[in-house]
Design a protein around this ligand. Structure first.
Ligand code: AOF
Ligand code: ZN
Length: 346
């Protein structure tokens, strides 16, 4: 392969990422997948996975090609290895083989144990040339939620908090309002709309009575996840208003209501049991919004992937210290005077 071919592959792969992103918010817990079909250097079709349970990206891309006879001389770009299993839809690898496509170019192998390299094997066994690993790192990043969910059997976990420049997350009376500015708050609402679940501990819910929904941004509301071991929270709190689904993890009892599930898990290893159950509930990603004890519990148990931390210029002098972590700083922004630091675990 020449350097030129490699560059062309990257350009088309980049396009599959753009298409894949159009599925954001509608495909979880499936991956974001886009596909482009190229004939003689020209794009003749494209498609993406639009909705959970519906057609995969390659199927939509092939459908979009007017003259199907051109497929035999075409290259199919897809950011995820074509599937080899019959799930809610038939295997994409078989469909590509039936159309006798010439070549398939992939960014990432599918970690789903039902696929895991079998899609590529099937294609090669049928005599189709397969190239893998094009923009692999970007592809892993695009589907960080999917890969974490399927490889670690738990949601992708984002921790979020605001601290003062002297390292406090709240005052001594647990008042934590007004640390970050209003632009930061709007950004947080955008972030809420991007994840399947939003989680908070009992103390935060009792003190702040948060709604845990999306108001300052347009987008869907995440499932609210409340940790209340002994079911001490008042049912009059916003999170129990049944306007949006709430799961309340506890060690007392199991009960199902419309838009409210009380789920009992074992007390030993509580937080691990919670994330394991979230996997069973197909919640692919969670943003954890507090408070200090809950955030620290995720950190101490190594159950986190990202931390997004606002640092406001003000000082409290004393109060509840911000959680400590050993993440790696990957990005820094400034939002109207507040710093915003992005960390990755490890
Ligand atoms: C692809 N292209 O666009 C997607 C794939 O239940 P199903 O049939 O929708 O299968 C879901 C699994 O298929 C998912 O976990 C992942 O392994 C793969 N998703 N594969 O080739 C796609 N969405
Ligand atoms: Zn498929």
């Amino acid at each position: 392969m020449t350097k030129h071919d490699h560059h062309i592959d990257e350009v088309f792969m980049q396009r599959t990422f753009e298409l894949a992103l159009l599925g954001k918010g509608n495909v979880s817990p499936n991956p974001l997948v886009g596909s482009v079909i190229v004939h003689d250097g020209k794009m003749i079709g494209e498609g993406w996975h639009k909705k959970y349970g519906e057609a995969h990206a390659e199927v939509n891309a092939v459908r979009s090609v007017e003259d199907k006879s051109m497929l035999a001389q075409s290259t199919v770009y897809v950011n995820l290895e074509p599937c080899s299993h019959t799930g809610k839809t038939p295997p994409c690898a078989d469909m590509l083989i039936e159309h006798k496509v010439k070549k398939v170019v992939v960014a990432n192998l599918d970690s789903n144990p039902l696929v895991a390299g079998n899609g590529i094997k099937k294609l090669r066994a049928a005599g189709i040339e397969v190239v893998t690993g094009i923009l692999e790192k970007q592809g892993r990043e695009l589907n960080k939620r999917f890969f974490t969910f399927i490889e670690k059997q738990r949601p992708y976990i984002i921790l979020k908090w605001a601290e003062t420049s002297d390292g406090f997350i709240a005052r001594e009376n647990f008042d934590s309002k007004w640390i970050s500015n209003e632009y930061a708050r709007q950004l947080v609402h955008k972030w809420r709309s991007e994840e399947d679940g939003i989680l908070a501990g009992a103390r935060t819910i009792a003190y702040d009575n948060p709604q845990l929904n999306v108001r300052d941004w347009s987008g869907r509301d995440p499932v609210r996840i409340v940790l209340d071991r002994f079911l001490k929270l008042s049912t009059k709190l916003h999170v129990f208003d049944k306007k949006q689904r709430t799961i309340c993890y506890n060690v007392m009892k199991h009960e199902e209501h419309t838009n409210l599930s009380l789920i009992r898990v074992d007390e030993s290893d509580f937080i691990r049991n919670v994330v394991t159950d979230l996997y069973k509930q197909k919640i692919q990603s969670v943003i954890v919004e507090g408070g200090a004890a809950t955030l620290s519990m995720f950190i101490e148990n190594d159950l986190w992937d990202e931390a997004r931390i606002f640092i406001a210029p003000q000082k409290f002098g004393k109060g509840i210290p911000a959680p400590r972590h050993r993440g790696t700083l990957v990005e820094q922004q400034t939002i109207a005077g507040d710093s915003l630091n992005f960390y990755r675990a490890g």
